[in-house]
Design a protein around this ligand. Sequence first.
Ligand code: BGC
Length: 739
Amino acid sequence: MRRSPLAWFALLLVSVASIVVQAQTAVPAPYKDVRLAPEKRVADLLSRMTIEEKASMLSGAGWMESAAIERLGIPAIHMADGPMGVRSWLGSSAVTSAANPPIKVETTSFPAGVTMAASWDTELVGREGQAIAQEVKALGRDMILGPTVNINRVPLWGRNFEGYGEDPYLSSRLGVAYIKAVQAEGVIPSVKHFAANNEEFERHRIDAHIDPRTLHEIYLPAFKAAVQEADVWNVMSAYNKLNGTYCAENATLLTDILKREFGFKGFVISDWGSTYSTAGTVNAGMDLEMPGGAPMKAMLSRPATQLSGNSGGWLEADKVLAEVKAGRITEATLDDNVGRILRVLFVSGLFDHPHTAGGEVDTPAQQAVARQGATEGIVLLKNAGSLLPLDATKIHSIAVIGPNAAVARTGGGGSSLVRPKHAVTPLDGIREHSVPVTYALGVGMEGENPAQDTAEARAKLLQEAVSAAAKADVAVVVVGRYAKLEAEGFDVKTMDLPAGQDELIQAVEKANPHTVVVLNTGDPVTMSKWLAQTPALVEMWYGGQEGGHALASILFGDANPSGKLPVSFPKKWEDSPAAANYPGQNLKVNYAEGIYVGYRYFDTKNVEPQFPFGFGLSYTSFAYSGLAVTPGKVAGNQPVQVSLKVKNTGARAGAEVVELYVHDGHAKIDRPVHELKGFRRVELKAGETKTVQFTLDRAALSYWSPDKKDWVADPGTFEIQIGASSRDIRLRAPLELLQ
Ligand code: BGC
C-alpha cells in the first residue's frame, strides 16, 4: 500500500514524539540522580513540589514517622528512641517483630550516657554509636533520638544519667564521637535537647534565664561541636523556654545561633509535643514538628498531657497553609524548612536506599560493646586497705545485699529505657565467680513493693542482711535508685539514697568490716552517714544489660577500674553550685551561678567536694613526668603541642585517663581557676611508659566575651595543667600567648 506524503509526515511525527518520550523516561529527574550534589537535588525537588506537599512535610505522620510524599518518592523518616540503645515503645509505631500477634522487639541495652562519659573513651563511644545505628537499621528504622548532651547542672535533674556529665568539653568530644559513628552508618542522629533542658521540674513551662556567656561556654558547646565537627544532620529542640521564649519558637536559638552562628545545615525537630504556635515556630527555624497524625491527637487529648503543659499539632498542613495565605509565613521560609529535611534524606543516602528491616539485634558484637562500656565506666571511689580486688582463692564467702543486687537496674526511666532480652544483675555477675554467695534484700526499694514497707517487714529484712553479712568474709551492698525514682519527666526528690538504704549500709558495715558499697545511680548521692566507715566504694552507674558482668569483673580484678567521674560529687545538696537557684520560682529559673557549674565552682570557690570531677582509682598506680609545651610562646592561632610521659608504676595492667586543664590568671574577665581542654585514656601494661600528646589551639585559651559577642583569648601567660582529677594536678607548664 502506498502512503500519501501527509501520512509519512504523520508517521515521522509520531516516531519523533515517541523517541522524545523514551528519552524523557530514560533520564530520571535531576533530584533522583545520585551523582548530583545534594543542594542541586533539593532545588530540583522543591521546584516540583506543590505548596500543599511542602506544608505537609512540617509535621510528623505518626508517633515516630515523618510524612512521606509518594508522588515524588520522598520517604518517611522512621525514628527510634535512644540514646542508650533502640527503645521499643508502645503505640502505633512500635518496633515489633514479625510475629503474629507482633511482640515488642528487645534490643541491646547499652550503658547510660553518664556511664559512657565515665569511661572517657571516645573511641568506645564511637563503637557504641555504630552498634546502636546497626540495630536501628536492622529494625528498618532510619533515625536514633540521641545523643543527649545537656549539661548536668544540678545533681537532682531526673535525666542526668542520659547525658555526659557537667563539662562542655567532655560532652562535646563524646557527642561528636557518637554522632559521627551513627552518621557513618547512614542513620540520622538527633542531638538533644537544644537547649538548657537541665531540670525536669515543670519541663513544659519552665523558663531558663541564662546570660549569653554562660550559654556559649557551658550549655551550647556540645551542640556547636556536633554541628561544626560532626556536621550533625538533626537537632532536637527542648521543651523548656529559654530567656522567655519556648525553645521550639526561639529564633535567637534556632536561627541566629544554630543556623547562622554555628552554620547548621540539617533540620530541627521539636521534642514530642513542644510547639505552641504555627507561624512563630516555623519562622523561628523549627523544621519538623513531632509527633504528628492520630498519635499526636491521642496524646494531646489525654488530661495528663494538658495538665503538664505539653502542646502540639501546630504545624499541621492546614494550619501552615493558612499562615502562608495570610502572609505570615513566606514560601521561601517553607522551602528552607522542607529543603533541610530533603537535604538530609539525600546526604544520608535514605532517599536512594531506604533501610529494610530484617537484620539481627543484640548480637554478640553489640553485647561486647555494651559490656566494655559498663566496665570502663565503673569508677572506684575508695579502696582502703586494698580490700579490692577480691581474691577468689582467699575468700570463702560473699554476702550480696541490697535492693539493687538481684534486679538489673539497667538505666533510668523514660524514653531512653531499653527493654533488653536479658540483663545481668550484680548478683548473677558475682555468682559467676567461684566463691559461695548468700543473698539478702536488706531493704525494699522505695515505692516498689508496699509489702516490704511495713515496720515489721523492714526490721526482718534488715536482720537477714546483718546476719548474712556477719557470716561472710566480704559483704557487697548494692544500693541506688531505679527507673521510677530517677527518670525523665520529674526530678529526683533528694540527693539522699532512697528510704532505708543509708541504714542498711550502716548496719552491714557494723556487722562486717569488709564491706564494699556499690552505687547503682545516675547522680551523686549523699554519703555522710557511712562513708568514713566504708572501706571500698564503687560507682557502677546504670550499666545497661551487662552491668552485672561489668561489676563482677571489677570486684574480682578481671578488669582494672579506669573510669573517672564526669561530674563532681558534692558532699551535700546545699554545696552544689545551683542549689540556691533550683528549681526556680514562678516558673522561672535563674542560672545565677553562671559559668560556675561543677568543678568550675568547687575548684574556683574552694568548696571541698566529696569526690572531685575527673577522679577515679585504679588497682595500679601511674606516674606522670616530662611535660613539654612547644612552642612555649604562640601567636594567632598557632597550634601548641603538649606532651608528657605516663608510667604504670604498679604490678597490674591498667588504663589511666590523663586530663589537661588550662588556667588563665590574667584574663580581663573573671574566669574559672581552670577548664578541661584535653584528655586521653591510655592503656599501660605493668611497668610500661607511654607518651601522651595533645594539640591545643586558640579556642582552648578563649572565653566568650559578652562585649565582643565572640570568643576571645587575652595575651599573657597561661598555665597548662596535667592532672589525674581536677583536684590532683600533677604537672604544670607555662604557655605564653603573644597576641
Ligand atoms: C523526650 C525525648 C524523646 C521523645 C520521644 C520526649 O519526651 O524528651 O528525649 O526523644 O520524647 O520519645
